[in-house]
Design a protein around this ligand. Structure first.
Ligand code: AQP
Length: 328
């Protein structure tokens, strides 16, 4: 009889900009469930953050704040390992090896996020290559499940392809991971433009509700959120993308089905709907921020160091296998 290994979950968030409701509903809410069932590893991916210019003091602050967001949202450090990517050097070492052994320019040229993010800017090589670093993050821990929002699906696919290629060409070294996407909330759209995803790096703060926005600021953002033509509160992504997005946010935060909300607002207008949604969001943020402000930097530093101590040997074992297979 074979003893099946406990499955491993890995995911991460970049410590950049304002962690928003899209990150929370698309990724973090999945982590909350998974931590009870699986060996769970949640990373603050600071090496990814430096793919675009950062201010040193600000980056240091944001790294701690993202970990506090994980904790305030309900990630339990006794169940899940929360760590800082740059504490484990094996991430960049494996990324280099993948770059040379199996990643190809043609793979990275297909990545839509790079095209979206690089725009006309003088993009860094790191920004182009960041999906390979993400593959290394995932593969180092022999990850089975990667809970992410829809925008990261393409990157998890790349991690799968690189792992398969490596295993075939050089001998087995990696578990093949699978992405896990929420049924609802996988792609929360911008409040100012429901055709584009809610994004930390959006040009205008009217695009997102940050988990650290003052509740009164969030209320204003919801009241100013764009709506569709007509006045029905109806979930119809094609014809009513803005209201559908607001219904999704409302449904997930209030734990009410979209059908129930549609019934509740039959015959009512956008004004009533937005007032109630603003109240739901405001309460959510108030409760969340009380927990956030109760966590100290020292607590986070201790969690980082304890997690890194446990994870380093796993990362080292994978890397040693990879190096042996390559003759390094
Ligand atoms: N709008 C979104 N809806 C649902 N999920 C989302 N995610 C991001 N935006 C949405 C998910 O959040 C996790 C953390 O993302 P990240 O820090 O790696 O950043 P990102 O995917 O590049 O998206 P952001 O947060 O909008 O940042 P910028 O503006 O820098 O691109 C991931 O699981 C992601 O899928």
């Amino acid at each position: 009889m074979s003893i099946s290994k406990q499955l491993t979950v890995f995911s991460g968030v970049q410590p950049t900009g304002n962690f928003h409701l899209g990150n929370y509903l698309g990724a973090l809410t999945q982590w909350l469930d998974l931590q009870h069932k699986y060996h769970s590893i949640f990373c603050v991916v600071d090496y990814h953050a430096i793919t675009v210019p950062q201010n040193a003091a600000n980056l240091k602050r944001q790294v701690l704040d993202i970990a506090k967001i994980y904790l305030a949202a309900g990630i339990n450090p006794r169940r899940a390992l929360i760590f800082r990517q740059s504490d484990i050097a094996e991430h960049t070492e494996l990324a280099w090896i993948l770059n040379c052994a199996v990643a190809r320019m043609s793979d990275l040229n297909k990545m839509t996020q790079f095209k979206d993010k690089a725009g006309s800017k003088n993009a860094s090589v790191g920004l182009f290559d960041y999906p390979v670093l993400m593959a290394a993050d995932i593969l180092l821990y022999q990850t089975d499940i990667v809970p992410v929002g829809e925008d990261q699906l393409q990157h998890v696919e790349l991690a799968r392809d690189l792992a398969k290629r490596f295993n075939q060409q050089f001998g087995h070294a990696f578990t093949i991971p699978e992405a896990k996407i929420n049924k609802e909330g996988a792609r929360i759209m911008g409040l100012d433009d429901p055709t584009k995803k809610m994004s930390k790096s959006a040009a205008s703060p009217a695009n997102y509700i940050a988990l650290l926005d003052k509740p009164e600021t969030a209320v204003k953002k919801i009241k100013r959120a764009v709506t569709d033509s007509g006045s029905d509160i109806k979930y119809d992504v094609k014809n009513k993308p803005a209201i559908s997005n607001l219904l999704t946010i409302y449904s997930l935060l209030a734990n009410k089905s979209i059908k129930e909300l549609e019934r509740k607002y039959t015959g009512k207008g956008y004004g009533d709907f937005k007032n109630d949604l603003a109240e739901v969001v405001s309460k959510f943020l108030t409760d969340f921020q009380i927990k956030f402000h109760n966590i100290s930097d020292r607590q986070v530093a201790k969690i980082f160091s304890q997690s890194a101590k446990k994870l380093r040997p796993i990362a080292r074992t994978t890397l040693n296998k990879v190096k042996t297979n390559l003759g390094l």
